[in-house]
Design a protein around this ligand. Structure first.
Ligand code: ASP
Ligand code: MG
Length: 412
């Protein structure tokens, strides 16, 4: 008998019929003898509605009251699921963040988890075989006792905080790339935490980045699967593979690919500064004001100047900050000194990810060659130990993703 945490996202609990379906998944695990804790999100669209109400009430609202409002979505679904489970003859009880309690810091609206007290839940597993239905996304501020929430998508993180964690969502796992772009994309059987972190931060929106960070530091394995798979279907697919993707430690993955996946993000804009003086302090003059304006700079390239005097600097910022970034640079123009500034927002960052890159040479050159053969121009490149990111014109997104997917042997 194992303890199991099952997490269901907003689409999976969107109406009572779907909540009944969720309850059937829970029943299967209870019948198999597991001690089950279920973490639920709000019904899909609910949190957006609550957030919009706060904004409408006052654009300058107090974050503590925002949390009081938006945490209510999960309160509803936890109660409803407990009711449905009880109706099926399963002992179940709902738990809000403050009842557990799940303690957080005081950063209302994007609080970080400080600790969770699971004693009462464990006692009830043992004594009454009771399923715990936990409202995700919420906790209490350890200092003040007020309700706090964990940032949008935060119920993934709630689930990870509880234990080993099965995340039920509207897709049946993590794919080698977005299947809407590459129909040959395949579901991965296992992904290392670090790879998943990269994929999540590069636009593969299966899980909140923080949930993966927490899972990695707490050594909690995640299993991503779909709540729309039939609850009583066999727990292997027709190829004998598990019905989802395990996110776990690198060491646990036996069959190691060099490249695990291709991610892309349209959330980038490029800024180029021409003829910047090639002398100490210039990079600081550019990136200092951007940092002060809370603009997250991602890729940076500086050319070596031919004459030792002038050079070009190119960098990327989130698309949403594009206007603000240009204005910030323009304001610091006197300090920086440059001939002209060029900006492009019609760009996309395509990334090749895999822990296998650590021990293999030539991974990057394969990508560059493949893109060149398709006539795709590379604007900016950045690399880390386990990823290569390439900025290209947005018009080539699909071609680039398909090309890279096939050149690394990921096509199914
Ligand atoms: N309901 C919250 C949101 O939409 C938390 C979650 O679903 O993970 O952000
Ligand atoms: Mg979600």
């Amino acid at each position: 008998m194992a303890r199991l945490v099952m997490k269901f996202g907003g689409t999976s609990v969107a109406d009572i019929e779907r909540i009944r379906n969720v309850a059937r998944h829970v029943k299967r695990e209870v019948d198999a003898g597991h001690e089950v804790a279920v973490v639920v999100s709000a019904m899909s669209g609910k949190t957006n509605e609550l957030v919009a109400w706060c904004r409408e009430a006052s654009p300058m609202h107090d974050a503590r009251e925002y949390d009081a409002v938006v945490a209510s979505g999960e309160q509803v679904t936890s109660g409803l699921l407990a009711i449905v489970l009880q109706g099926m003859g399963i002992t179940a009880r709902s738990w809000q963040g403050w009842q557990l309690p799940l303690y957080t810091d005081g950063t209302h609206a994007s609080a970080r988890i400080k600790g969770l007290n699971g004693d009462e839940l464990i006692k009830r597993f043992k004594e009454r075989n009771e399923v715990a239905v936990i409202a995700g996304f919420q906790g209490i501020n350890q200092e003040t006792g007020r309700i706090s929430t964990l940032g949008r998508g935060g119920s993934d993180t709630s689930a990870v905080a509880v234990d080993r964690c099965d995340i039920y969502t509207d897709v049946d796992g993590v794919y080698t790339t977005d299947p809407r772009i590459v129909p040959k994309a395949q579901r991965l059987e296992a992904v290392a935490f670090e790879e998943m972190l990269e994929m999540a931060s590069l636009g593969a929106k299966v899980l909140q980045v923080r949930s993966v960070e927490l899972a990695m530091t707490q050594k909690v394995r995640l299993f991503v699967r779909s709540s729309f798979d039939a609850p009583d279907a066999p727990q292997v697919d027709n190829k004998g593979r598990p019905p989802g993707t395990l996110i776990c430690d690198e060491e646990e993955i036996v069959e190691n690919q060099i490249v695990t996946g291709i991610a892309f993000s349209k959330d980038e804009a490029q800024i180029a500064l021409r003829e910047v003086a090639d002398k100490p302090g210039v990079a600081a003059a550019i990136f200092g004001p951007l940092a002060e304006a809370h603009i997250n700079v991602d890729m940076i390239v500086q050319n070596v100047s031919a004459d030792g005097k002038k050079t070009d600097i190119t960098f990327t910022v989130p698309v949403a900050e594009f206007g603000k970034a240009k204005a910030t640079i323009e304001k610091a123009r006197g300090q920086i000194g440059f001939a002209s500034m060029e900006g492009y927002s019609d760009v996309v960052k395509v990334s090749v990810i895999g822990v296998g890159m650590r021990s293999h040479a030539g991974v990057a050159s394969t990508a560059f060659r493949a893109l060149a053969e398709k006539g795709i121009n590379i604007r900016v490149i950045s690399t880390s130990e386990i990823k290569i990111s390439i900025l290209i014109d947005a018009a080539y997104t699909e071609l680039a993703v398909r090309t890279l997917h096939s050149v690394y042997g990921l096509d199914g």
